[in-house]
Design a protein around this ligand. Structure first.
Ligand code: GDP
Ligand code: MG
Length: 176
């Protein structure tokens, strides 16, 4: 596969307000921006050069919407990041619904995509409602990766989650 850079499409899913846009912007720009239009859906592209390996990551930042659109992002994705906030139990329930929906789709489509379950806002430890163990258990049930993070602090960790998914896609495609 010489010449063309490898491309990886990652879709972020999760309840409104969990930090999908904050994580996307953090990964793309290394900055934490406090407020975004919650109804923005967009694809952001980042050209990466990691250890001499060049690739392109396309990140689709979504918000909850109807099934018509969801078919489109389900087909487009190479990997999914399902985000909840560790401070909101309802967002964990929504994450469960997304993870179930994505797994069913993948099964029916005979497609195999890595899924990462991400508990965001872990800088707000004192408001925690979801234990790390609960997150790990859910991710494990679906054979997914699991991370807790914060979009508000260091960039390297957020970058590591995106790169973790890229790595998982590469393993699946036999590129590694
Ligand atoms: P989205 O609806 O999932 O895209 O959520 P946003 O990215 O728009 O974030 C919703 C709100 O949570 C905004 O006010 C963000 O500033 C805030 N937020 C996002 N991530 C974090 C985080 O890791 N820690 C804290 N403290 N606030 C966050
Ligand atoms: Mg958003």
């Amino acid at each position: 596969m010489s010449g063309r850079k490898r491309e990886y499409n990652i879709v972020l899913l999760g309840a409104l307000g969990v930090g999908k846009s904050a994580l996307t912007v953090k990964y793309i720009t290394k900055r934490f921006i406090m407020e975004y239009d919650p109804y923005i859906e967009d694809v952001y592209t980042k050209h990466e050069d990691v250890d001499g390996q060049e690739f392109v990551v396309n990140v689709m930042d979504t918000y909850e919407k109807d099934d018509m659109n969801s078919q489109r992002y389900l087909r487009w994705a190479d990997a999914f990041m399902v985000v909840y906030s560790i401070t909101a139990r309802s967002s964990f329930d929504t994450a469960k619904e997304y993870i179930t929906k994505v797994s069913e789709y993948l099964k029916n489509a005979s497609k195999d995509c890595p899924i990462a379950l991400v508990g965001n806002k872990c800088d707000l430890e004192r408001y925690r409602q979801i234990s790390k163990a609960d997150g790990q258990t859910l991710a494990c049930e679906y054979d997914g990766l699991f991370y807790e993070c914060t979009a508000a602090e260091e960039y390297e960790y957020v970058e590591g989650i995106f790169h973790g998914l890229v790595h998982a896609i590469q393993l699946q495609r036999g590129e590694r």
